[in-house]
Design a protein around this ligand. Structure first.
Ligand SMILES: [Zn+2]
Ligand SMILES: [Zn+2]
Length: 487
């Protein structure tokens, strides 16, 4: 049941490393796929170990799997975490994490030391920890490298390799999207993890087409590039994927990234023109979160995610006329919704965000909330953008929906929580008919840059720096945040 884990630990030191600096450039590990088996396709992939001592070329459709695990999982108990690692720690797992220090992004190492005993199940480790009065949070699956990975090609021939692997390919298809360059394949917590090693500027160019569209006006593309870059640096500082074995995921959880897919010259120009530009405040990197369409005014981050007051995310005016209305009141929210904002030059998706209607039956709403009937719906709180933040539903029991996202989901994925119920405009409470009609505006959480607004301003001739000032006031654009040499 117990056994020394030091031998395993000897080999794991590089496993949790993701980002790296090469010649003053920041390279990120962006996750493309995670699973117990993965399918990729390529006309040629070069597979090697990190040192490239061995090399193998494969092609076609490849099925990657973890065959029989020749290394059982071991759960360890963290003994201590040291912020300064010995030069060559033999008995610790080294992990990297980002910090913001002296206005620069710095990659720090820390060393995790485990107690000598390890366990085959987490339950066993917990029992042991409990007996010793150790917090269960200290129990962790000990990362293992040198796991066997198999590649099966179209002729069903199987090749075996040991993780972690370096993969080079001119075109590698993952989930129907082509990527190119350098990749890393590793095993983390029983799963295959396929990452692309990509310089941050390349990453930003791969984010923009998915976040704002590749045929947007140039100044809007530039604004989106700076916002996406600042947001990415912020995400790095959260270190929220450290234990997953990469820096950023490629979905909406971080930012949607699809390599060079749908990338064009305009996007490349926007990224190059704004190279390295991020927004900062005197204390930190500005969190440049963004969304599709605010509806007139942007929301404050505190209203949506709680947390501390963030001056540059406290809300701005996007459409000047909206300033005549107090959107946090029922009357103000309804009256502004009845005004049709100008849609000159807008694409269909943009104008669709300015006025939408949805219907939901009282029955379905009750079902979504686990109720048998609904007697009344009462709006308890709206934010500065008109978004409903708190809603009370009375039925066979009372339910309070708190948060714009929960409210949108309860009414079956509404574009935003800025809406009123037809027939109740200006009043906070309704006694719902069989079919509830919802009239709304905006798309997304409403915090930070509004993409529809940025597009409108770019068409009106505003420059990207001025657009960013509207949505992220009290920030400055900064390019000096990567040390040429890491301290
Ligand atoms: Zn993520
Ligand atoms: Zn807006």
């Amino acid at each position: 049941m117990m056994r020394k884990s030091l031998l395993i630990l000897l080999f794991i030191t590089s496993l949790l490393f993701a980002a790296e600096f090469r010649d003053g450039h920041l390279y990120l590990e962006v996750n493309l796929a995670t699973g117990s088996s993965l399918n990729i396709e390529s006309s040629s992939v070069k597979i090697s170990d990190e040192t490239e001592l061995f090399q193998n070329n494969l092609q076609g459709k490849l099925e990657i799997a973890l065959p029989v695990s020749d290394q059982e999982n071991r759960y360890g108990i963290i003994d201590k975490i040291e912020k300064i690692c010995a030069t060559d720690p033999k008995d610790a797992v080294q992990r990297e994490y980002f910090v913001w220090e002296d206005d620069h992004l710095v990659l720090r190492k820390e060393c995790i030391y485990y107690r000598p005993e390890s366990f085959s199940t987490s339950a066993r480790a917990q029992k042991y920890a409990e007996a010793l009065g150790i917090f269960p949070q200290r129990i962790q699956l000990i990362p293992v490298v040198n796991a066997t990975i198999s590649f099966k090609d179209a002729s069903r021939k199987i090749y075996y390799f040991e993780s972690p692997l370096k993969i080079i390919s001119g075109q590698l298809w993952v989930d129907g999207v082509p990527y190119e360059g350098e990749f890393r394949l590793k095993v983390v917590e029983d799963k295959l993890v396929l990452n692309q090693i990509v310089p941050i500027e390349e990453y930003i160019a791969g984010v923009i087409p998915n976040e704002i569209g590749n045929y947007s006006p140039m100044e809007a593309l530039k604004a989106q590039a700076v916002a996406a870059r600042s947001h990415a640096v912020n995400l790095l500082l959260y270190n929220r994927h450290t234990k997953d074995g990469y820096d950023l995921c490629n979905s909406t959880h971080c930012q949607v990234y699809k390599g060079k897919y749908r990338r064009n010259e305009a996007i490349e120009t926007a990224v190059m023109y704004t190279a390295a530009e991020i927004m900062t405040t005197p204390e930190q990197v500005a969190d440049a979160t963004y969304h599709s369409s605010c509806g007139g005014k942007t929301e404050s981050s505190q209203a949506v995610w709680k947390g501390n007051y963030i001056p540059h995310l406290s809300g701005s005016t996007c459409i000047t006329e909206a300033d005549q209305y107090d959107l946090s009141t029922e009357a103000g929210a309804a009256n502004w919704l009845k005004i049709k904002p100008k849609t000159d030059g807008m694409s269909t998706w943009e104008s669709a965000t300015l006025h939408w209607e949805r219907q939901i039956s009282s029955k379905d709403l009750a079902k979504n909330l686990g109720l048998s009937k609904i007697n009344s719906i009462e709006i308890l709180e709206r934010g500065r953008s008109g978004r409903i933040l708190k809603l009370k539903i009375k039925g066979n029991k009372d339910i309070i929906l708190s948060g714009e996202y929960k409210i949108r989901q309860a009414f079956e994925a509404l574009p935003s929580s800025y809406f009123y119920f037809e027939g109740a405009a200006g009043r906070p409470i309704i006694y719902p008919p069989a079919t509830i009609t919802i009239i709304g505006r905006g798309s997304g959480h409403g915090v930070g840059m509004c993409q529809v607004g940025a597009l409108r301003m770019a068409r009106q001739g505003l420059e990207y720096a001025d657009i960013l000032q509207v949505y992220y006031p009290k920030t400055v654009i900064n390019t000096d945040w990567i040390y040429d040499e890491q301290p």
